[in-house]
Design a protein around this ligand. Structure first.
Ligand code: NAD
Length: 495
């Protein structure tokens, strides 16, 4: 086992970060909050303050949602092609500024620069995708069974939307919602995470430059998310909530949504199983596990949280995975060569430490990693735990760190049962070369997305989302825009 050492450090704040507008964006203007309060943004790699941002409150939130009410009707009537052109232009502008966005994201959130560039491309693609969907919002003409009446079905924008995003994919979680909302003709009040608002504020400039009209997009960062978001939810103006974040907050928002019977899309937490069968191509399984575990430092809702390996291949798989994880360079994401950045905040680090200590107490063996290096920075090394007990806390809690707990199993029925024994159902991964088993287990897993011999499921062309406590609705793909559309039917008798 190597010691966890940190590759390089950096000093100062880059120009890309200093250039970001740090006010609220309401009714087409950058404004301070009504109280004039601001809050600090920390770099997780250095624990330095990199910016302060206007701290929105209920009064600011009210102004933002009232702006939506004023412009919604007009915006809904714009030509689909006009909305499509805006999104296409925004896609191009994001890519032109790929390095800038990646620098901001790495600084405020921690992921390695190369991964941040990957997220920028992924995030931009939602705008290109939905620029293409904007002009394909269809309808239908059918008939009643007796042939007496035509049924004309059309789709209309749902109305003002509340969009709330987490910190772990600061750009993509925003574009995945803003893209279809604009394509559908909805106005927006948007609250990015208080840990990573700079990326979203930089996105505002792109959207304004691309032609989003005044008032259509309103952004209110805040350290009082409950106050700001509940102002929108109780306004009677917003018709839709699209939320990505933890299940606990999602449930609270669903309760609020019920008061005005708002349409709700929820992308919530996960507890993904990754299953390696005895007939798997082990190198492919290790590649997949590495991608599903270490990408984004394990801070992904789709991260492999529980790794189940058949007894016949458990030792070989564990050895190979540990060798790869142990060799990864941990460091400041802006320093070249870094493969694993810091966790987002101190709280995240202590949670990972608690989960690892609990697993070890219940008999787990630390194969690599397992203890945090000295600060500054919220670093945790890639860690492999073998012989993990099924009742360890990390089997039922999202780890959100680069920790791979390995549990040995003996039969397919047994592993499917344990894999499904969780309230969550977002993603699952299967590694096998047996065709029948591939289909059988894909069908048996209670999840919204399955990676079959792959550790990555996210793609703008694919329907992203979960079942059970992992959420409601789907983002991306041809069905993602439907979350922002209402269906209207007109009965036309044949005379
Ligand atoms: P979080 O629930 O703490 O915060 C998410 C957002 O909700 C933030 O913007 C936060 O400010 C806001 N929020 C917090 N309290 C609120 C309240 N009372 N009312 C309204 N808004 C409130 O989650 P997080 O820590 O930012 O993100 C991590 C979680 O997100 C994990 O559970 C992860 O699995 C989940 N996630 C899910 C997906 C998905 O697509 N299913 C994607 C990314 C992250």
């Amino acid at each position: 086992m190597t010691d966890a050492t940190i590759v390089g450090t950096r000093v100062g704040v880059s120009d890309a970060v200093s250039r970001v507008s740090t006010e609220l964006f309401i009714d087409g203007e950058w404004v301070e909050s009504t109280t004039g309060e601001r809050f600090e943004i920390l770099a997780p790699a250095t624990e330095e303050v990199i910016a302060t941002v206007a701290n929105g409150n209920a009064d600011d939130a009210r102004r933002a949602v009232e702006t939506c009410a004023r412009v919604q009707k007009h915006w809904a009537k714009t030509a689909p092609r006009e909305r499509s052109v805006i999104l296409r232009r925004a896609y191009e502008l994001i890519l032109e500024r790929q390095d800038e966005f990646a620098t901001i994201m790495t600084t405020e959130m921690g992921k390695p620069f190369a991964e941040a560039k990957g997220e920028v491309a992924y995030a931009a693609e939602f705008f290109r995708w939905f620029s293409e969907e904007a002009v394909r919002i269809g309808g239908d003409v059918t008939s009643t069974g007796d042939g007496a009446t035509r049924i004309l079905v059309s789709k209309e924008p749902v109305g003002p939307c509340v969009l709330v995003t987490p910190w772990n994919f600061p750009l993509a979680m925003g574009t995945r919602k803003i893209g279809p909302a604009i394509a559908a003709g909805c106005t927006i009040v948007f609250k990015p995470s208080e840990l990573t608002p700079l990326t979203s504020l930089a996105l505002v400039d792109v959207l304004v430059e691309a032609g989003v009209p005044k008032g259509v997009l309103n952004v209110v960062p805040t350290t009082a998310p409950g106050e700001v978001v509940s102002t929108w939810m109780s306004s009677g103006i917003a018709r839709k909530i699209s939320f990505t974040g933890s299940t606990a907050v999602g449930i609270r928002l669903l309760e609020q949504a019920s008061q005005h019977v708002m349409r709700s899309s929820m992308e919530l937490g996960g507890n993904a199983p990754l299953i390696v069968f005895e007939d798997a191509d082990l190198d492919r399984a290790v590649d997949g596990a590495l991608a599903a575990k270490v990408r984004n430092m394990g801070e992904a809702c789709t991260a492999a949280n529980r790794i189940f390996v058949h007894r016949a291949v458990a030792d070989r798989f564990t050895e190979k995975l540990a060798a790869r994880m142990d060799a990864l360079a941990v460091g400041d994401g802006l320093v070249e060569g870094t493969q694993v950045g810091p966790l987002v905040e101190e709280k995240a680090l202590t949670k990972v430490e608690r989960l690892v200590a609990d697993a070890v107490e219940r008999g787990a063996r630390v194969v690599c990693g397992g203890s945090r290096p000295e600060g500054p920075g919220y670093f945790y090394p890639p860690t492999v735990l073998a012989d993990v007990s099924k009742d360890a806390a990390l089997m039922s809690e999202e780890i959100f760190g680069p920790v791979a707990p390995i549990v040995v199993f003996d039969t397919e029925d047994e592993v499917v049962e344990i894999a499904n024994n969780t309230p969550w159902g977002l993603a699952g991964y299967i590694f096998t070369q047996d065709v029948d088993r591939s289909f059988r287990v894909s069908e048996a897993l209670e999840v919204g997305m399955v990676g079959l011999n792959t550790g990555i499921v996210s793609n703008p062309a694919a329907p992203f989302g979960g079942i059970k406590a992992s959420g409601l609705g789907r983002e991306g793909s041809t069905i993602g825009i439907d979350e922002f559309l209402e269906v209207k039917y007109v009965a036309v008798p044949r005379r």
